[in-house]
Design a protein around this ligand. Sequence first.
Ligand SMILES: [Zn+2]
Length: 433
Amino acid sequence: MNDPILEFNPKLPKLSANEKAVLKLLVEAGKLIVPIYLEQEKQMKDEISEKESQEVAKKDKKILSPYTVVEKIDGKIVATPYHIKYAEALKPIAEKLNQAAGITDNKAFGRFLRLQAKALTEGSYEEAIAAGLQMKPYILDISIGPVEHHDDRLFFAKASYQSWVGVVEKEGTTRLNRYKDTILEVRRKVLIPHQRLENYSNVKAKVDDVILFSGHMARTKFVGVNLPMNLSFVEKYGSEVTLFNQINDLRMKEQILPTFNKTFSSAFKKGFSKEDLRRASLRYVALHELAHSYLYYKNAPKNLQDLLAPIYELSATVLGLRMAGSLLLKEMITDKQLESMIVVFICRCFDLIGKSKGGKSWLNYATGGAIFINFMLESGALKRLGSLTIISFTKIFLSLHDLSSLLEYLLSSGTRKDAEYFIKKYGQFKNLP
Ligand SMILES: [Zn+2]
């Protein structure tokens, strides 16, 4: 496999000499994540069984921390904190961050970088997360270190080393925040089940032009994230949605457009330009990430266990598409834009189903994609005609409502058995193209 690193050269707004110098150091720091992540990939291969670890975890809590390496040494299971295990590789990264902190003319950003450096070498992650979330918006953006992700939200999940470095895109960020505020206002009117964590008002949002993706992010190529994952941190400090323009462009080219071309009739395809689809792709991911903030059901991980991820990820998209309905009603998006989002998501589902052989986390997404397609085929919102797919947008919208009720029921009060039954019924993809 190739190195987990992606570099871009986007057209940037005019940066000051100081910002340019800081940015250069951030990119250098971000690149140094690569060898650590490669080491983690190697360790994932000689896996210790979950059962085995749970046994030992009764005596040693460190084993369950997302920030430890668990290894078998002389037949004994040992957990070593990341910052100790990778101390040597982390030192130069912290140095770069401290150097950047020393020259930046933005005081709050400098403080954040120092805490980030300290988190890497001392394991004080919470302090750095808090500083990042409490900071005023700044044009330069960096995330660096071990991060937990939705896709591997399992009992025995370990955080993966990653970095992204970007420059905040003003126009996209303003638009995203307008969507966020409107959805918030609409959501406040609906009944909220008490199990849900209410951090609605504490969500930040930004769109980045990406310079660098490295480590875990370069493998998964997420177009958007909503971080942190840790619920107690979210309760205390809120969360932040970040979208990545260049990763979206990459996904369009590599996945969405090829699938679009072979899935729909030429008459249908004429109705959608590349640009419609590109914007729609970013938009549905934006709504997916915002929707995550409305789906923090506290008991869901305990109730659904290993089946949480596919249910949780699909719920976010389905709720996101329903929230797009609110944006349509407020005339913030057009019918065409909403339809484009549905088209792109259908392409994404087919693409994920094809990817399901790429490992466990892709299987989670593929299962979600299969549930969506099968559910829509059953309701008549989608039809297959030979190798082509035909969409009824009105029926999709009616079915989205049913699907999201089912998914939210599973998240709020379903059992693992309920989820298993549901996935057995809708999550199969052997019959799908
Ligand atoms: Zn997600």
